[in-house]
Design a protein around this ligand. Structure first.
Ligand SMILES: Cc1cc2nc3c(=O)[nH]c(=O)nc-3n(C[C@H](O)[C@H](O)[C@H](O)COP(=O)(O)O)c2cc1C
Length: 449
């Protein structure tokens, strides 16, 4: 039987570092709510599970601009809203689409974050999702009173405690606690309200939330770290894991690894979904798609492509390498681990030089699927059938046509093949993704307390 896919749209303004310059691209997406609304409606018409936004609380500072080094400095990926402010607006113009955004555990407090996503869960009637990251961009630290980023291990130690506080707060009210009983004058049942009384290494939080029990109880938790502590945290606490993969065999090994770890934490592996990031470049024919990819690639200046790698690789200046040689072994850094690995493995596996690798990542870090809707659907199904993923996080190169090509051409092709839903069957994001539900009595297969 054909396996069903989970599909989310990752709307990332300026993602492809050249595509925003196409005549039909609208780069003003980045700071225009009406464009986000339009994209969300396209995603919902396609019956996607969710729309997702990344976040970094710092512009991408590739070089020491303050010291006058402006080489490739104006990175389009720098300009975007705080996505947690965008999602409530989208909640009001959609009815089923899941609404997810990144908030870092490194520069937030758990009470604020728990309350924000709980509120979003109410505003959207059970469609909220939080992407937990520890922040790979070292520049964020300098916007929060620090000279340097917290150490990688310290970021994950904080994240691990952070997520327990957040989920504890989300569960601090029992079902039916808020009665607003006009007859008796009782607004809520104090017996059903619980103080978290958390006192840990990083946080002291009494609770409870002011928001009561939200429709999903626990908004969906996404995670995207691939390092050892990132995998452990995801296996213990995530509902969905986003991952950066370029090889089907390695992707299967990653999924198997996360699932095995989840079992070790007493969880049902079916309740943790692995979504591979992919960038669709769609044409009427495969040849058309390749021609479009080349046209977009030609719009990326080399200085931007090279400087773009610097924050991803933890501060390595790629200008200093022989641009026509393969990417050398990169030093370990305190930035995120996943991109360093990915940069080296893409160069090695695809036999790309430094400049070619830079162009590859300027086109997007995720798996590129370049072809007709049928070819792209073939690849997506192949990955799913091989157990390399549960679905995909699609990151189009530009808005609106790049988004429309995915929602209007690729998704209908998958639907025709019976590999993707044609109607929503549930109300909550947890329903769309087939995740553990907390708004009802837990079932034996949830494997989660
Ligand atoms: C699909 C996807 C989306 C991500 N979104 C963000 C983001 O919005 N903000 C961020 O700081 N990191 C983001 N990351 C990076 C990771 O979540 C993680 O912080 C980074 O990979 C470092 O973790 P690691 O050292 O465990 O790999 C994303 C990664 C992926 C694969």
């Amino acid at each position: 039987m054909t396996k069903m896919l989970s599909l989310a749209l990752f709307l990332f303004p300026g993602y492809h570092l050249g595509a925003w310059r196409l005549p039909d691209a609208v780069p003003e997406l980045d700071l225009t709510i009406e464009h986000y609304v339009r994209a969300a409606k396209l995603a919902e018409e396609a019956k996607l599970d969710a729309i997702f936004f990344e976040d970094q609380a710092a512009v991408r500072r590739s070089n020491d601009i303050l010291a006058g080094d402006t080489y490739g400095a104006a990175n389009p990926r720098s300009i975007h809203f705080d996505p947690t402010m965008v999602l409530p607006a989208l909640a009001m113009v959609t009815t089923h689409l899941g609404l997810a955004a990144t908030s870092t555990t490194t520069f937030n407090d758990p009470y604020n974050l728990a309350r924000r996503f709980s509120t979003l869960d109410f505003l959207s009637h059970g469609r909220a999702g939080w992407n937990l990251v520890t922040s790979f961009n070292e520049d964020e630290a300098q916007n929060f009173g620090l000279d340097a980023h917290l150490a990688h291990a310290a970021r994950y130690a904080r994240a691990s405690e952070f997520v327990d506080v957040v989920t504890g707060l989300w569960e601090s009210w029992e079902k039916g606690a808020i009665t607003r009983d006009k007859k008796t004058g009782s607004y809520f049942d104090i017996e059903k309200m619980h103080f978290l009384q958390h006192a840990g290494e990083h946080f002291t939080v009494r609770g409870p939330l002011t928001t009561g029990r939200s429709p999903q109880v626990r908004p969906v938790i996404f995670q995207a770290g691939s390092s050892e502590p990132g995998r452990e945290l995801a296996a213990r606490t995530a509902d969905v894991v986003f991952t950066l993969q370029s090889d089907i065999v390695e992707a299967k090994a990653f999924r198997d690894d996360i699932r095995a770890r989840a079992v070790r934490f007493g969880r049902n592996p079916e309740k943790i979904k692995i979504l591979v990031g992919m960038t669709p470049i769609v044409g009427t024919t495969d040849e058309d798609a390749r021609e479009l990819a080349a046209r977009m690639m030609a719009l990326i200046p080399d200085d931007l492509a090279l400087s773009n790698l610097k924050p991803l690789a933890g501060g390595v200046d790629f200008r200093e390498f022989d641009l026509n040689a393969p990417v050398p072994e990169l030093p370990e850094s305190n930035a995120g681990k996943s991109h360093r690995e990915a940069i080296m493995s893409v160069s090695r596996d695809q036999n790309l030089s430094v400049i070619e690798t830079a162009r590859y990542f300027a086109e997007g870090s995720y798996l590129k699927m370049i072809g007709s809707p049928a070819s792209i659907a073939d690849t997506m199904q192949e990955w799913r059938e091989a157990g390399a993923c549960d679905g995909f996080l699609a990151v189009p190169t530009h808005y609106p046509t790049g988004v429309e090509d995915f929602t209007g051409l690729v998704v209908p092709e998958l639907q025709r093949r019976g590999a993707f839903r044609t109607e929503y069957t549930g109300a909550h994001l947890r329903d769309h993704l087939g995740l553990t539900k907390y708004d009802q009595t837990p079932t034996a297969d949830d494997g989660q307390s």
